[in-house]
Structure formats: structure tokens, C-alpha cells
Design a protein around this ligand. Structure first.
Ligand code: ADP
Ligand code: MG
Ligand code: MG
Length: 864
């Protein structure tokens, strides 16, 4: 079986087999770009390696040997030879790009003899020994798992002895010493001598790359990004080109457009006399790419042309790695660049206007969930003006973050909103970075690990903030004369790179004209309606601004909690007689009406679905004796008596208890009052010339007779309002479908309802029998043991809950062809669930205001 392919064989479509890096190296070779020669050990070989219990088969070894021989031949060099030595890089590369998550070893093939040959032929001893010490260091880290810092300590000591403050200051002699000491460390840590045979070095590294597929940070990364763990990585073996051959050599990374803002301008960084790792690892802060125009004008021009060519060829923004060896440019990698949501939208819109891609394509290119980032709050410019920044770094990833400082990824606690401050981040920090509110690094440029990962996560990040002195051991940092200890609060402005002391107030995210244009385009495609869940005027305004077409769920219980209303609500609940209850409700009616007046006015002709009271009554009751005391006085009842009544309202399992329409069966006056309030508010607006479309929704129906009974009472109340007001208007009456029995009997229920709205939170909860509030305790375990692929409260469980929904839709439509169908659970804002709802043929989804744009994009994508 063929497991190894030379770069000449494949192309970009071979991604699954060759991994992204390998497929693109093949593609660049094919279109004639200067790519150092090499070959790819396929992902199939990785699968085989795991199938054979982590063992490299003879077949794959011999195929590697054959390709190595061919490579020697065409390069006219000998792998690790004592003359004209061929050196290679061994590079991981999975089908889905996971930047920096797996391992790479450079300068492989060096040993005590080939290093001499390299020095002789390059006439550059320093370069040869620098390369050798780098190789030992990387090999030890990647293959033998020896911590990097053990080697760094040696380098630091040598630098001190020499009196220089960077590694470039060291000479050949120093690197020779480093190599000796590195070998010593290697022997001490592994009990063996450093491998001298190049082929042994190679096989050990290939194996290590296969293993790195399952290193903890790669697993975490796949988990965060939902990447399938079974697909494995390929390994690329490529002849080395050297960026560390002095001032006419160098290495760099560039994006064909700005990955933070999307601006159409090449954006990159480079270092002279350096090898690739130096730029990304953030050890030295690199220079901006424009500097190359002066330092090596010809290479610069050639590189600009390559950028234009690659962007056009791939029709997307590219992230390109390159190396210059003695004035000659080589390309080492290209891929579609990771970008923030802002950049994704800008690039997509620009590319449509440049005629590069279609609108459909542009819409498909924006990950709906990433849009969240855009709507995030920013620092209030007025507040920001008052503050003086402590210092400034590079604006690596936009956003605003305030939080307590933590100096290690392990100190970040779940959701506590810390700012992670590091010299530079490394892939081991990935989990902490994911949990952090923002990231600040002292070293590293705009393409450093921290910057790339933060942009991928849509997290605010400032990198290369070199004026900060970090004392990791003492857990503090010093900026000028300001000392910041662990736990002190700072603020980061990722858009400007400025760092502030303390917390700065924020305001709502702004949407610009590009965003608006993009959102408009989604409207040309989507057929699914997008409504919002809102119960305040402010939420309604936000949602409309984001393009909501109505309210799918206006909860009424929140309204009851406000200062004015809670007391009459409590009176109503503890009332013993209908008379007492009606008196309390009479106090509530005008207050409740006012809630709806504002909402109807804001929403205008857009439909507004109001759900009548749902939660178990005791949630509204006072629990402290003081409050009970007050209530007893207000109502003129004995304290003890009242306390007993409250006691009596407690339920064993309130979630399945006396709530929803069950309340209205026992106390119909509550829904009657709410219905009146809704209609009075609607009539008031109508009289003022505002169009309204109220929809009244009865929750938690499981048996059609519940609905029939409650509906009659509600309609009676509405008729009464129409009579007394002498005014009639159109309204709809429907129900939530959130109990499995309602799904199964939807034909019966449809007879009594003008619309259905799937309450998928409760439906999921009751169908699985998982309490929504308790399930986080075990869902994580279920996911890691692969019992569930995802949390059913995040994305609809299509095989179970989804099937019930389908049954319900089919039964309802057969009974009443024109019945309106929607969904109003949390799932209404989840792109995957939206696609499912589109497939079910629902009329609309409803989600929280901030998810409306996400839902619009997801709905448009579902249509394309
Ligand atoms: P990652 O996936 O972490 O980016 P890469 O395999 O791309 O790892 O390698 C990291 C860097 O090492 C590259 O950006 C490049 O600068 C350098 N590198 C890799 N292969 C070679 C090579 N054959 N010659 C010179 N430099 C190389
Ligand atoms: Mg790379
Ligand atoms: Mg519910």
C-alpha cells in the first residue's frame, strides 16, 4: 500500500491524505513556486501506526527510505553525509489546520560529522553549530519530551558569560559549547547517547509527530474546535533551506490581508538571520514586513507578487510562511488564514466587490458563531479618554477585556475573567488561554502563537508589550514605576494595543457599514424568519437593530419580579379565596399592561408572542422572615398563618410540578389578567396609530383538554376587554410544544392552536429526563466517554428530540395546513439547530437579541 508521496505528486485537493500543509506544498510545487523539495508520509500511515498499536510498519519505513534516496539524488546531497550533507525538516500537518498544536523538527540529519561538513561548505561555523544546537534542542523536546527550559538555561548562561542579551550575539565557539552541554542533558534525561544515525533520527521524529496527534494540547484544541480525533496527521519531510545564514537570509510569516481587521494590505513580519521557529515562538519581536522593502528590495517585490498570486489562486486570504536563504526566496507553507469575525466579514465583502467570489460563497465563509465577537462590548470611548495607558503593545486581536492578572495558564479559573500575562504563550497554555478574558504577552509579534490562537478564539490579545518587566517567580510585573501583582485588575484594548490599570466601563459593540451590508445579503437568501426572545424595551430595540423580525418569546415572569409588582404578585399567590386573588390581580393589571405598551410600541407591526406565566408560583414568594412579616402586615394575615401557606406551596420537583398551564387550570384568573393586560396595551397602541400583532401563547400543554379549558377562559377575558373598550383587533392564540406528549398528540392540539412554538429547553429536559440545571455535572463525562457527541441543551438532539419535533410538525400540518411553527428555546440561536429547523420546515426561530445576527447568517447558510 502506498503511504508516501513526493511533493510533485499531489495537489491541494489531496488534503485528507496529505494533510493541509502537505497538500498545499504539493500545490505550490505544481504551480511552479520555489518550494524546497520533499515528500509527505500520509495520514493513512498515521492511522496504520495507531492501528498497529503505535508501531511503524516495515512498509512505511522502506517507502520513506526510498523517497529519501530519491531526494538525495535530486538534491545532489547525502542525508547527514560527511560531505555535502542533506538536512531536512520533519513537519506535522493534519487535514484541518491546527496551528502550532503539533510538532516540527528542523535541521534533522546533523551529527558530529555532518556539522563539520556543513561548516566547511557554508564557510560559516557559527551557522552550522547554531543549526546543530537548535536540532538537539527541538529533537529532545519533540521526540524525547525533555523540557525546553533545561536547554534555555544553558543558552542564558552562555549569553551572560559573553555579555550579550540575545542568542544572535553568540559565536561559533559558544554554540559548540552549547552542543556539548545539550548532549550532556540528553544523556542525563534519556540514559542514552544522542542519536547519530540520520535515518534513526528521522524515524524517531516521524513517530513522535504521529504521537503528537494525541498530545494533550492537540486534544484540547480539537475539543474546542470540534475536530474529529480519528483522522490523524501527515508528516512532511522537506529539505532544509536556511534563514540563519547571516544578514542576507531570514524568515517570516505574512497574511495577504490583515487578519485582525480584514484591511486589504499585506500584513507580515520577518527576522533576519533566523530560523522559522523564532518568529512564531515570539522569542524575538520581529520587524514589520514593509521593512523588507529597504533591506532586500528584490526579494520583497518577488514576495509581494507571490502573495498576490497565491491569494488569487486559492481565492481566499492566505497565511504564508517563507524563508530567504542568501537572497533567494523559498515558500514553506500557505493556508487559508485564520481571522477574527470582523476580518472574516470584511474580507468576504471585499472579495465579492473585487469580483473574486460570489455572494453565496461570501456568506458561507463566515462562521456564524464567530459573529458573537463583533457584538461584544467595547470600552466606552468617553471613559477611555479619561485614562492614561500604562503601556502599549501590538494590537494582536481586537476586543476589550478587563480582569485580574494571572501569570500562568494554570492560575486561570473557569469563567472568573482573568487576564493571562505571559512572556510568550506556548501551545501548552491553550486551555488557560481559552478560559482567559484576555491575553497579554511581552514577547512576540502579530503572528506569534498568542496572537494566532487568540484571533482564532476571538479573544482580545496584546502581544509584544516589551516595556513590561515580568517577574514570574514573584508573580508580579513592573511597568515603569507601576507594580502589578497577581490578582490586580488591568484592562486591555485589543484594537489599539494599549494596556490600562484597573477596570474601564464598556458599552455595546458597534456595527459598521460592512457588517450591515453583509447582514443585508443574508436577508436575500434566508427564508426562515428570525425572531427574538425579549421582555424589555431595551432588548427589543437591540434585537431590531440586529434585524429581528418579531418576538418569538416574551416571558412574563421577569416582569413580576420588579419592585412594584412583586408584592401584589405575592398577595395573589397566597390568596386563599378567589375574591382575595382578584383583588391582588386588579392591582397587577395596570402594571402588567404598562409592560406590554412599551414592547408593542417598539415592535410595531412585527408579531409579538407573549407567553403567559410559566414558573411554579413559590419562586415568587418571600423566604426571609422579614419579608414574610411585611407581607403578612400588608395583607392583614397572621405571620404564622402566612408562613404555613408558603410552606404548603413548596414542591418536591417544581420543574415537573405546578407550573405553566397547570397554574391556569387551578387559578384561571392569572391568565385572564395577563390576557386583559396584553389586549389593553395593544388597543392603546392601536388607538395611537401603532400597528400591533399580538400572539398569546399557553405554555406546557401536554393534553389538548388543558389547552381547550385555558383557551376558553383567556378568550372570555379578551372578549370582555373588547366589549368594555368597544374595540376589536386581530390576535393569535397558540401553544408551546415542550412536553413529549404534546408532540405525540399534535394533531389534536393543532385543532385548538393557531401556532406552535417548540420550547426545546423543556422538551430536551423532559425527553432525556436530564434536569437542565443538574446535567452539567455529568454531560462533560458523557462527552468524553463518547456516550453523547454533544450537549443536547446546546444543539438539538436530532435523533431523539428532533424526531419528536418532526412527528409534531407532520401531525400538526396534516391537521391544519397553515399552522405557524417556530422554536423559542436556546437552540434558536445555535447554527446547527437552525439548520435542522430549516430542514423541518419551521417558519421562524427565536433567540436572544445578541444571537439574531448569528441566526440570520446560519439561516442564510442553511438555504444556500
Ligand atoms: P507549524 O505547523 O507549527 O507552523 P511548521 O512545520 O510550519 O510548523 O514549521 C515551523 C517553521 O519552521 C516554518 O514556518 C518554517 O519557517 C520552518 N521550517 C519548516 N521547514 C523548513 C525547511 N525545510 N527549511 C527551512 N525552514 C523550515
Ligand atoms: Mg507553519
Ligand atoms: Mg418551557
Amino acid at each position: 500500500k502506498k503511504l508516501v508521496y513526493s511533493f510533485e505528486m499531489g495537489d491541494k485537493s489531496w488534503r485528507d491524505l496529505l494533510g493541509g500543509k502537505g497538500a498545499n506544498l504539493a500545490e505550490m510545487t505544481k504551480i511552479g513556486l520555489p518550494v524546497p523539495q520533499g515528500f509527505t508520509v500520509s495520514t493513512e500511515a498515521c492511522k496504520e501506526y495507531y492501528e498497529k498499536n503505535q508501531w511503524l510498519s516495515e512498509n512505511v519505513k522502506s517507502q520513506i527510505a526510498v523517497h529519501m534516496m530519491k531526494l538525495e539524488e535530486s538534491m545532489g546531497k547525502k542525508f547527514g553525509g560527511d560531505e555535502n550533507p542533506l538536512l531536512v525538516s520533519v513537519r506535522s500537518g493534519a487535514a484541518v489546520s491546527m496551528p502550532g498544536m503539533m510538532d516540527t523538527v528542523l535541521n534533522l540529519g546533523l551529527n558530529d560529522t555532518s556539522v563539520e561538513a556543513l561548516a566547511r561548505e557554508s564557510q560559516n561555523e557559527k551557522f552550522a553549530w547554531d543549526s546543530y544546537r537548535r536540532f538537539i534542542q527541538m529533537f529532545s523536546d519533540v521526540v524525547m519530551d525533555i523540557p525546553k527550559y533545561k536547554f534555555d538555561i544553558v543558552l542564558e548562561r552562555l549569553m551572560e558569560e559573553k555579555g550579550c542579551d540575545s542568542v544572535e550575539g553568540l559565536e561559533a565557539e559558544d554554540f559548540k559549547k552549547a552542543v556539548e552541554e545539550f548532549k550532556g542533558i540528553y544523556v542525563k534525561e534519556t540514559g542514552n547517547d544522542f542519536l547519530t544515525d540520520p535515518f534513526d533520527q528521522l524515524l524517531a521524529t516521524v513517530e513522535a509527530v504521529f504521537k503528537s496527534w494525541n498530545n494533550p494540547r492537540a486534544i484540547v484544541y480539537r475539543d474546542i474546535n470540534g475536530i474529529d480525533g480519528s483522522i490523524g496527521t501527515a508528516v512532511n519531510i522537506q529539505s532544509m533551506v536556511f534563514g540563519n545564514l547571516g544578514q542576507t537570509s531570514g524568515t517570516g510569516v505574512a497574511f495577504t490581508r490583515n487578519p485582525a481587521t480584514g484591511e486589504k494590505k499585506i500584513f507580515g513580519e520577518y527576522l533576519l538571520d533566523a530560523q522559522g521557529e523564532d518568529v512564531v515562538a515570539g522569542i524575538r519581536t520581529p520587524k514589520e514586513i514593509e521593512g523588507m522593502a529597504d533591506e532586500m528590495p528584490e526579494v520583497y517585490k518577488e514576495f509581494m507578487d507571490v502573495c498576490a498570486l497565491l491569494e488569487k489562486h486559492y481565492n481566499d486570504m492566505q497565511d504564508i510562511e517563507f524563508t530567504i536563504e542568501k537572497g533567494k526566496l523559498y515558500l514553506l507553507q500557505t493556508r487559508n488564514g485564520k481571522r477574527t469575525a470582523q476580518a472574516a466579514i470584511k474580507v468576504a465583502v471585499d472579495m465579492v466587490e473585487e469580483g473574486l467570489i460570489s455572494k453565496d460563497e461570501a456568506i458561507l465563509r463566515v462562521d456564524p458563531s464567530s459573529i458573537n465577537q463583533l457584538l461584544h462590548k467595547n470600552f466606552d470611548p468617553k471613559e477611555l479618554k479619561k485614562e492614561r495607558p500604562l503601556t502599549e503593545g501590538l494590537p494582536a486581536s481586537p476586543g476589550a477585556a478587563s480582569g485580574r492578572v494571572a501569570f500562568t495558564a494554570n492560575d486561570i479559573k473557569q469563567g472568573k475573567g482573568e487576564i493571562l500575562v505571559r512572556l510568550e504563550t506556548s501551545p501548552e497554555d491553550i486551555e488557560g488561554m481559552n478560559l482567559a478574558e484576555g491575553i497579554l504577552t511581552i514577547h512576540g509579534g502579530m503572528t506569534s502563537h498568542a496572537a494566532v490562537v487568540a484571533r482564532g478564539m476571538g479573544k482580545c490579545c496584546i502581544s509584544g508589550c516589551s516595556s513590561i518587566e515580568l517577574d514570574e517567580a514573584a508573580k508580579r510585573m513592573v511597568i515603569g514605576d507601576v507594580v502589578i501583582q497577581e490578582g490586580d485588575c488591568i484592562s486591555l484594548d485589543g484594537g489599539t494595543g494599549k494596556v490600562y490599570k484597573g477596570e474601564i466601563p464598556k458599552r455595546e459593540g458597534m456595527i459598521d457599514s460592512t457588517f450591515e451590508k453583509f447582514m443585508e445579503w443574508t436577508g436575500e437568501y434566508k427564508s426562515l424568519g428570525i425572531r427574538t426572545n425579549a421582555d424589555t424595551v431595551k432588548d427589543c430595540e437591540t434585537a431590531i437593530r440586529f434585524g429581528a423580525e418579531g418576538i418569538g418569546l416574551c416571558r412574563t415572569e421577569h416582569m413580576f419580579f420588579d419592585e412594584n409588582k412583586i408584592w401584589p404578585v405575592r398577595e395573589m399567590i397566597v390568596s386563599k379565596t378567589s375574591y382575595e386573588r382578584e383583588q391582588a390581580l386588579a392591582k397587577l393589571l395596570p402594571l402588567q399592561k404598562e409592560d406590554f405598551v412599551g414592547i408593542f410600541k417598539t415592535m410595531g407591526a412585527r408579531p409579538v408572542t407573549v407567553r403567559l406565566l410559566d414558573p411554579p408560583l413559590h419562586e415568587f414568594l418571600p423566604h426571609e422572615d422579614d419579608d414574610i412579616e411585611k407581607l403578612s402586615k400588608d395583607m392583614n394575615i397572621e405571620f404564622r398563618d402566612l408562613k404555613n401557606r408558603i410552606e404548603g406551596l413548596k414542591e418536591f420537583n417544581p420543574m415537573l410540578g405546578h407550573r405553566g398551564c397547570r397554574l391556569a387550570v387551578t387559578y384561571p384568573e392569572i391568565y385572564e389578567m395577563q390576557a386583559k393586560a396584553i389586549m389593553l396595551a395593544a388597543i392603546e397602541n392601536k388607538r395611537n396609530g401603532v400597528d400591533v400583532s399580538p400572539e398569546i401563547m399557553i405554555p406546557l400543554v401536554g393534553e389538548v383538554n388543558e389547552l381547550t379549558y385555558v383557551k376558553k377562559r383567556v378568550q372570555g377575558a379578551i372578549e370582555e376587554v373588547f366589549r368594555t373598550e368597544d374595540f376589536k383587533l386581530e390576535y393569535k392564540l397558540g401553544t408551546m410544544i415542550e412536553v413529549p406528549r404534546a408532540c405525540v398528540t399534535s394533531d389534536e392540539i393543532a385543532k385548538e392552536a393557531e401556532f406552535f412554538s417548540f420550547g426545546t429547553n423543556d422538551l430536551t429536559q423532559i425527553t432525556f429526563g436530564y434536569s437542565r440545571d443538574d446535567s452539567p455535572k455529568f454531560i462533560g463525562e458523557y462527552k468524553s466517554k463518547e456516550i453523547l457527541a454533544h450537549d443536547p441543551f446546546e444543539s438539538i438532539d436530532e435523533r431523539g428530540v428532533g424526531r419528536l419535533m418532526k412527528m409534531s410538525v407532520d401531525l400538526a400540518k396534516a391537521e391544519k395546513g397553515n399552522i405557524k411553527l417556530g422554536i423559542c428555546g436556546e437552540h434558536g440561536g445555535d447554527p446547527k439547530s437552525i439548520e435542522f429547523c430549516h430542514g423541518l420546515g419551521l417558519d421562524y426561530v427565536s433567540c436572544s437579541p445578541y444571537r439574531v445576527p448569528i441566526a440570520r447568517v446560519a439561516a442564510a447558510q442553511a438555504e444556500i
